[in-house]
Design a protein around this ligand. Structure first.
Ligand code: GZL
Length: 321
């Protein structure tokens, strides 16, 4: 039975009961949302979790929250558990783009709608999810590329770039790499001389940057990090190598979390492209609309900005994550 029919029947039943038993306070059945979160790998992810939990509370939605510790098998397990519990809606941020089709088919067979938040899945069958809400990662990569091309416009000679990629196979890592390269390929001075995953974490970002510095040393002009946490880890490695982050090595990053603003104010990070984690309110509104039988757009894009170090001190007090 589809959502629309189920909701109409529930409303009719409630009205009948209310008429037969006036004065009884019928508490509207609470919507139950099952949410599978990737983990707690970065400041961004922590802010995203806080936004989802606070918004569920404000919306009066019962939230069943599962943290997957960045493991796909844990997300699949959580989604199967939500299906078994017969939740009303399932939402999740897929840790990687592939490998979710089977479990999404199981949710469809159980007539439980699925909302993708933050990251997308790579599927030809878009009936497996109702909507995907989140950033345009390709555009974030392009913004990073355009900022760097402009920053280096008067620089003579080669611009040697090392790249810290996000989680292998994840939508943000794939598209931030693609969008950045789309822009810099127009100028032969720009060369990505090393590129490796730092898995979106500070610890791995530092470790990989140490290896880049050992291999390439003073040849490195620019670091492009797919998120601020890896950039902050890399900043530690650059300083431990006796170099000045933000000066000897220009650093371009993405997310615009608090740590990035603190690094820019200290002159150690040059720019961060905004990627908002504050998806909670939008998600709860989508859940409510879905349960009210409204249709949702297939894609809801979050509008975002870019913050160079020159504006960091002015913008920092206004930041919400
Ligand atoms: C982007 C999000 C990424 C962030 C990282 O929407 O999926 O995952 O850029 C986070 O900080 O770990």
């Amino acid at each position: 039975m589809n959502i629309r029919r189920r909701t109409a029947l529930a409303a009719a039943a409630a009205l009948t009961l209310a008429a037969a038993w006036p004065g009884a306070a019928f508490a509207q059945k609470k919507i139950v949302l099952g949410f599978s979160q990737i983990g707690a790998e970065s400041e961004w992810r922590t802010a995203n979790t806080e936004s989802v939990k606070a918004a569920a509370k404000d919306a009066g939605i019962e939230l069943k929250f599962a943290d997957a510790q960045q493991k796909q098998e844990n997300q699949i397990k959580a989604i199967r558990s939500f299906i078994a519990q017969k939740v009303d809606v399932i939402a999740f941020s897929p840790v990687v783009e592939s490998g979710f089709e089977t479990v999404l088919r199981e949710a469809k067979a159980a007539k439980i709608p699925v909302i993708l938040t933050d990251r997308a899945v790579n599927t030809k069958d878009d009936s497996l999810y109702v909507t995907f809400m989140g950033s345009d990662f390709l555009e974030e990569g392009r913004k990073a590329g355009h900022w760097l091309v402009d920053k280096m416009k008067d620089q003579k000679g080669e611009v040697n770039i090392v790249e810290l990629q996000g989680t292998v196979g994840s939508a943000p890592a794939i598209d931030r790499k693609k969008g950045f390269e789309e822009v810099i390929k127009a100028d032969p001075r720009f060369k990505v001389i090393r590129s490796q995953t730092g898995d979106f974490t500070r610890a791995k970002g530092k470790e990989v940057m140490e290896a880049f510095l050992k291999a390439e040393g003073k040849k490195i002009n620019v670091l492009y990090a797919h998120n601020d946490d890896m950039a902050i880890g890399a900043i530690q490695a650059i300083e431990e190598a006796g170099l000045k982050p933000g000066k000897d090595i220009i650093i371009v990053s993405i997310d615009a979390v608090k740590g990035a603003f603190e690094a820019m104010i200290a002159g150690k990070l040059n720019v961060t492209v905004e990627c908002s984690p504050l998806l909670g309110p939008q998600l709860m509104q989508a859940v409510k609309d879905l349960m009210a039988g409204k249709s949702l757009p297939k894609r809801i894009v979050t509008e975002e900005s870019i913050f160079p170090m020159e504006v960091a001190a002015k913008e920092f007090p206004k930041r919400k994550y």
